[in-house]
Design a protein around this ligand. Sequence first.
Ligand SMILES: [Zn+2]
Length: 356
Amino acid sequence: MRQLLDEAAFGGYGVGAFNVNNMEQIQAVMEAAEETRSPVIIQASRGARQYTNDRFLIHLMEAAVELYPDVPVALHLDHGNSPETCLSAIAQGFTSVMMDGSLLADGKTPSDFEYNVAVTLEVVEQAHAVGVTVEGELGTLGGIEDGHGSGTVQLTDPDQAVEFVERTGIDALAVAIGTSHGAYKFTSPPTGDVLAMKLIQDINDRLPETHLVMHGSSSVPKALVDRINEYGGEIRPTWGVPVEEIQLGIRHGVRKINVDTDARLAMTGAVRKVLFEKTDEYDPRAYLKPAREAMKAVYAERMRQFGQAGHAGDCKPKSLETMREAYEIDLGEPLPPLPGAPLPSEALAEARADER
Ligand SMILES: [Zn+2]
């Protein structure tokens, strides 16, 4: 992922990171990326890894890489709750991980700064030794996503951000600027009081070399909510992060933008419409195909808005081995030995045993 973010910084654009749980979502992301000629980040939360038992996800990703050779794609772990979770993802083939040490391993209790530095540094050392990218988080987001989140907002402190990046050596920093996970982000259109875009500028001024990440950045378009409600849904009035605010962030160092809810809304609306209109329909393809199309439209629109469209050919994806060597030069340390290649199932079993 580091390579995609470096290219994005060079080109002055952002890259959407889209959460996936199943085949239709992966297909929709890849089709949108091919159509718009975009590099793309596909990410899976712990919940998604459980839902797919990791192996379905990994094999679907292999199919994606095989079928779309012209789309540079990174597979990223969203909100790893502990070093063990990050390492098990790396063992599974993820090329990038997020160590979210802003919360304790329960994924709910806000941690302190020293804990965050310690767990993040541990992951950076292990991940960079095999060429894998690391995203960290400082401050906490609102909302709860797949059971992850404290429900309280703690904005990122810019001075602390500098110390955090220096001490951990992370590649990307998730900043808390008042956004939350889920569909119910704001009860009215967000203004400067609730969405601290100025904070992004402050952090970017102090850390111009660090790739910033915006979480909880679905825009929750009214049309997608309306469609669900038109066909029997009951989503309450809600507002997301306006695309213009994200574009402002991209001008100030935001390189990765996490979008999950918008695709969920698109999928749900499309499925509801078919089932509502054709009550005798029982072929899942009859509603999953329109669902896939609806998600693809959202992804393609975001790719154009974030500026990544047209940049698929900017660079040839580097191998993890090349990245490992680059990290070694950066860190100025001796090359750590490449780990022996355990069978994925063995590595997973070990990592899972550690997790318990
Ligand atoms: Zn997040």
